[in-house]
Design a protein around this ligand. Sequence first.
Ligand code: ADP
Ligand code: MG
Length: 309
Amino acid sequence: MENLLVAENIYKRFGNFTALNNVSINIPQESIFGLLGPNGAGKTTLLRIINQITMPDEGKVYLGGRPLHPDDIAHIGYLPEERGLYKSMKVGEQALYLARLKGLTRAEAKERLQFWFKRLEIEGWWDKKIQELSKGMAQKVQFVITVLHRPKLLIFDEPFSGFDPVNANLIKDEILQLKEEGATILFSTHRMESVEELCEYIALIHKSNKLLDGKVSDIKKAYKSNTFEVGLDAVDEPTLKRELEDRFQVGSANYKSIQNDLKLTIKLKDNESSNDLIQFLLTRARINHFVEVIPSVNDIFIKTVTQNA
Ligand code: ADP
Ligand code: MG
């Protein structure tokens, strides 16, 4: 798929400190791309460069195949990490004002804002002041303003921080919906759990360096270890366990079930497949549970960081 955004060999230094060390990312059109890494990794710095708030020391950014141009901000919606709204202004008034700055007519802005306020269940807040809003509510308002002009590229810096789990989920669903409607989405997060359902592509940055990037499914395939989690019902559990241990690398598993099974993880050799294991088990136990162990993005991140330490 064609890339909407390409950042190529980006370097950014603050004095002696290198905040981005030769970082490149490619964001395919109409994808959701997660920029992941712990606090201080360099995520916000990269997003600010893409939004032309700061300049890179070296490297180039391309949008739609062309070098980034100041006018491109019209095609980008950006939710910055520091959520600045004018505290004493009324919510609706401020939303209208900011929407007008993005080039919408007053009528368009009002119509779209009413739609979004209703959708995010904040319509009762139109005449309240920003300072009366909770952090999460102010963030909802800012989310609406970010997406209101329907830019083709949406950039959210830590969109879930500040939200309770219910609202974080609501925003996650909105992001998925925006992608369905054709937007390309780049977001940063230091919390790995929010990426699993959302991202098709990720890049992991750690201490200013990109450690890993690509399609989540490809990365998971590369990191999985031919290990299966099984739940077995056998007449003679100790014997079965011994037999398994003779042939496979066996560990214990811990998953929720209503059965009082022997719960194990079984790692196969590279030349073995799930069918070899099933065949072995069939004559020895009833198989109540059988799933391949797929590493989480968090597992992969921890593994990559330790390998690079
Ligand atoms: P992240 O968003 O991944 O948490 P940042 O991009 O905000 O990380 O910061 C990366 C590093 O660069 C941090 O160590 C931060 O202190 C440093 N940094 C960011 N902006 C500046 C700046 N304007 N001046 C000096 N150091 C900065
Ligand atoms: Mg940040």
